[in-house]
Design a protein around this ligand. Sequence first.
Ligand SMILES: Cc1cc2nc3c(=O)[nH]c(=O)nc-3n(C[C@H](O)[C@H](O)[C@H](O)COP(=O)(O)OP(=O)(O)OC[C@H]3O[C@@H](n4cnc5c(N)ncnc54)[C@H](O)[C@@H]3O)c2cc1C
Ligand code: SF4
Length: 527
Amino acid sequence: MSKSHRALRLVLGDQLTRGLASLRDCDRVNDIILLCEVSDETSYVRHHQQKLVMILSAMRHFADELRAHGFHVVYVSLDDPDNSGSFMGEVKRAIDTFSPHQIVVTEPGEYRVRQMMEEWQSAFNIPVEIRNDDRFLSSRYDFAAWAEGRKELRMEFFYREMRKKTGLLMEQGKPIGGQWNFDIENRKALPKGHRPPGRLRFSPDAVTQEVVALVTRRFSHHPGSIESFGWPVTRRDALIALDHFIADALPSFGEAQDAMLNDEAFLYHALLSPALNCGLLLPHEVCVAAERAYHEGHAPLNAVEGFIRQIIGWREYVRGLYWLLMPDYARSNALDAHRPLTEFYWSGDTQMACLAASVRHTMEHAYAHHIERLMVLGNFALLAGIAPEDLEAWFLAVYADAYEWVELPNVHGMALYADGGVMASKPYAASGAYIDRMSDFCSSCAFDVKLKLGPKACPFNYLYWDFLDRNGPVLRGNPRLGMPYRTLDKMPPERRQEISKDAARFLSSLADGSVTDSPLSFQKEMW
Ligand SMILES: Cc1cc2nc3c(=O)[nH]c(=O)nc-3n(C[C@H](O)[C@H](O)[C@H](O)COP(=O)(O)OP(=O)(O)OC[C@H]3O[C@@H](n4cnc5c(N)ncnc54)[C@H](O)[C@@H]3O)c2cc1C
Ligand code: SF4
């Protein structure tokens, strides 16, 4: 075989799509498709065990599928004794073995990996073609063009452009229903004891069982349990999961979008992000399926519009921001937050029922829905002043859908306001009243959500005011925070002192690890 006819096509674990840009012109006879499980990637954060199973099993299935279609696949498993442990090492090994004339890749989802790929041309002395990832509906360059010259990069305006561009839910150039956004009809609480349709669980097949054994053997020190694993790991199963969502959950998706229940991790959410983010589903086909459900009268407009906005709005927008602003984006810390991550994010061992349930859902399923991520886990970290890099590492590790391009802007910008307002026009900070309104958590909590101060008071209540007080120099000028600051200013000085005292005591009890955050031990400390 002459060197000049063979391309080496590296496919990453989140690129498991048959029509991937770098596979489209693949020559079945000559080209080599390389997939590799490398320890650099499985261990650079302590990924949840289910996340590892999901990605490794999906990779193995994808390799089998490519082989079945006649492609020449080289698959390097973690247990391969010659595995070098890095992309760089495996690409080098493949070059030495197959002498390709060129490397073809699709752009990766992480800045760090892109930097690495850009060095390969000179490191290996071979042309490297990095192709645009056109599974996304807005390329990095489209987004940069949209952002150019704008004072504010608000998602809502980006989303309207995406609706026009894709034609989704559009009629003669105008949004169907006469509005772009129907959130006013969404965001309702669910009654206690409400039973949503339930999750479609895919039983592990032989390939997945083999990966479960591997992960149990090598990664049992990683967080999360593996028992309830049921994520789709093939294109076929991912399509079944999509059908299930459209048929059973989409009609109530809008109304129930912000609700939280102690005993229900999934509610009416799509559960599609793990499959979407590793390439088993495509964003456009998912939106078309939802749009069809609206036109067929199966799902109401508020639900379908809300769902499509998450995909062509938020999902594309966070990716655009990531590539526009990295690497500086990750370094900002607008609220100067430096508190180390609290231990209970790993163990769930806290008396605060909302946090305990959100961590439990996370550890059981490598999943928690958006509002638990934002308004419980993110909100607490924001109010407590947790260091952005600590919380980011946690979010990147524990969710089956977590890749840096999507995790980082959501945690850094949306949850922690560490970017100073690039992404969110105000911090998503809330007291216990919000959590109480949207969930059934507070009824089983050791703290009392109605109490504002003292050992039994819900910590979110005094932490919220303390957060505003503490961050006044940065946040006071924000017009969207005028009302809470006016309320704060009307409080007598003694009350503000009590708030700050309660917050300081609570936070120091977390920091020194000497007491738990239970109302009783807190009380012991106080009196
Ligand atoms: C602090 C924080 C961290 C997050 N980290 C991740 C992450 O690592 N990976 C990830 O995919 N999503 C992340 N999200 C966004 C969102 O929470 C998840 O996409 C969603 O919970 C996935 O579950 P689902 O498929 O049931 O989604 P649904 O709630 O049913 O939403 C439908 C789809 O919309 C997309 N979507 C919705 N919101 C967002 C968003 N803010 N950003 C990107 N896509 C969105 C997802 O593809 C999702 O599958 C994060 C959000 C927050 C607040
Ligand atoms: S009372 Fe406060 S800490 Fe307890 S569940 Fe409600 S919001 Fe969470």
